[in-house]
Ligand binder design. Structure first.
Ligand code: PLP
Length: 493
């Protein structure tokens, strides 16, 4: 009985060709191309065939499905032709969220990418000379200005004189010779630096700094790939400068310090002062490298973050080579930067690995525009830095206003104190005070409410804690506040 009913329905099902000949369907091909429409029609008909086979359709439902072929094909086209990589609203309060793409770019960086992407550029061309040039020059120019003029980033006045006197006092070891190269990310920067400076030899690292960063970056593994041998010294919680000294042999090529990015060791701990490590490196004529991870180019204290070394502090202290990411506290595109003594950086530049790890013109465009904001000290232009500077009260006022617009008996919104996180392996212990929008919705668990927010367009990513959904507007662009309010309104009504 059911079988005959089904074969009846199968006979009603049009062929792909018949569907494509319908005017309302063939019109879709003008927009989306014939082959995409054909594919979409196949998918829609195949799913109807499945539904018939599994007895889900009767004559009535079949008629509705056939009448709705065009919208079904359109919906399938939208799914098939949509980008998988799309923007989301980050309401987690984690500023440099690795899963959400880390630093959003400055407007100027986006504009510079736009210009550079669709046209030819002087990426590796010296316009005046009409000759081949180097792609490094575009950011080297700005970084040498920023890094050779360290006081300039801390003080807005008289920086030239301050920098000059610092050099005279011997504070800064020949900063005029600091140079920088850019590779694909900081993991690549560490790999290139270790391979260039220590292949075939030993690198001394403290056991307390053998870190793993999310996304499988592990110092021992990168070390192995670089061809250098790891020489661990000290213990997990205590390492003294004497431990490094005792491990130095004729095989030693490099002393390495690694930023503990995503964890802290507290209690009975000891880590040698940077000054002592620098003194040891100088005495034994070995280069000292620091993997800073989230190298900031500004003094972070003024952004409410204490106890974090920035790139300048590190170079200032006498570290020979510093590696850091472009998309962490720097607030630019994914990249790895290596800044340090020109002779050491030159060895990395001539390493054939450098060619394999180099970055494209779009990254240079974004990085150049971001660095220009630093040259102008326009930190507001850099979204990650701007978000760090928003006060608890400012964020609280925005949260109040969103809560006021949601208004429904079903959805309870409360404003509570909380903490935003820098993220991206920066300042593991420093948090910024914030005000959170705490939500509960009758009939929905917190996880279900979070899922509904993720299902809105654009998806809204929140935190769930203690049975509530928490939204931190610090990481939300102010113009997105209404998008959140509208999404909450839809869910609540
Ligand atoms: C984040 C981090 C890395 C990896 O940097 P990517 O740019 O993600 O490759 C390496 N070392 C440290 C200390 C870090 O914090």
């Amino acid at each position: 009985m059911k079988k005959t009913a089904n074969s009846e329905l199968f006979r009603e099902l049009p062929s792909v060709d018949e569907v494509l000949r319908r005017p309302e369907v063939s019109a879709l091909a003008l927009h989306h191309g014939a082959s995409a429409v054909t594919d979409a029609a196949r998918v829609v008909l195949a799913s109807l065939r499945n539904e018939i086979a599994s007895g889900l359709l009767n004559g009535q439902k079949m008629k509705i499905a056939l009448d709705g072929l065009r919208p079904a094909i359109e919906a399938q086209l939208r799914r098939a032709l949509a980008c998988s990589l799309r923007s989301v609203i980050n309401a987690t309060g984690v500023i440099l969220h690795t899963n959400l793409g880390r630093a959003p770019l400055a407007e100027a960086a986006i504009e510079h990418i736009r210009q550079t992407a669709g046209e030819y550029s002087n990426l590796e061309f010296e316009i005046e000379a009409g000759a081949r040039g180097k792609r490094d020059v575009h950011v080297q120019r700005l970084l040498s200005k920023l890094l050779n003029d360290p006081a300039g980033l801390r003080r807005s006045t008289d920086h030239v004189a301050t920098a000059a006197s610092a050099v005279q006092s011997g504070d800064i070891p020949s900063h005029s010779k600091i140079s920088t190269i850019v590779v694909n990310n900081n993991a690549a920067a560490v790999l290139l630096a270790l391979n260039s400076l220590a292949e075939g030899g030993e690198v001394i690292v403290s056991r307390g700094e053998l870190v793993e960063i999310g996304g499988s970056f592990r110092i021992p593994d990168v070390m192995a790939k670089s061809g250098a041998t790891l020489r661990e010294v000290g213990t997990t919680n205590r390492t003294r400068v004497g431990d490094y000294e005792a491990a130095i042999s004729e095989r030693t090529k490099l002393l390495l310090r690694v930023h503990r990015s995503n964890f802290e060791i507290s209690g009975f701990t000891e880590q040698p002062a940077m000054a002592d490590l620098v003194a040891l490196a100088r005495k034994r004529n070995l280069p000292l490298m620091e993997d800073l991870g989230s190298g900031a180019l500004v003094d972070l204290e003024s952004f409410g973050i204490r106890g974090e070394t920035n790139v300048l502090d590190s170079l200032h202290a006498g570290v020979d080579v510093v590696t850091y990411s472009g998309d962490k506290l720097l607030g630019g595109p994914q990249a790895g930067l290596i800044s340090g003594r020109a002779d050491l950086v030159a060895r990395m530049r001539s390493n054939s690995l450098f060619r394999a790890l180099r970055v494209d013109k779009l990254s240079y465009a974004a990085l150049e525009a971001t660095l220009l904001a630093y040259v102008k000290r326009d930190y507001e232009a850099i979204p990650a830095l701007r978000m760090m500077q928003r006060s608890r009260d400012e964020i609280g006022a925005r949260a109040e206003s969103v809560a006021g617009r949601v208004g429904s008996a079903k959805l309870q919104a409360e404003i509570v104190d909380g903490e935003s996180v820098i993220g991206g392996g920066a300042a593991p212990s420093s948090v910024l005070p914030t005000r959170l929008l705490a939500l509960t919705c009758s009939g929905l668990s917190a996880d279900e409410l979070a899922a509904r927010l993720r299902a809105s367009e654009p998806p809204i990513i929140s935190r769930v804690e203690e049975g509530r959904v928490l939204l931190d507007l610090r990481t939300v662009f102010p113009e997105q506040d209404t998008v959140i309010a509208d999404a909450l309104h839809r869910i609540a009504n």
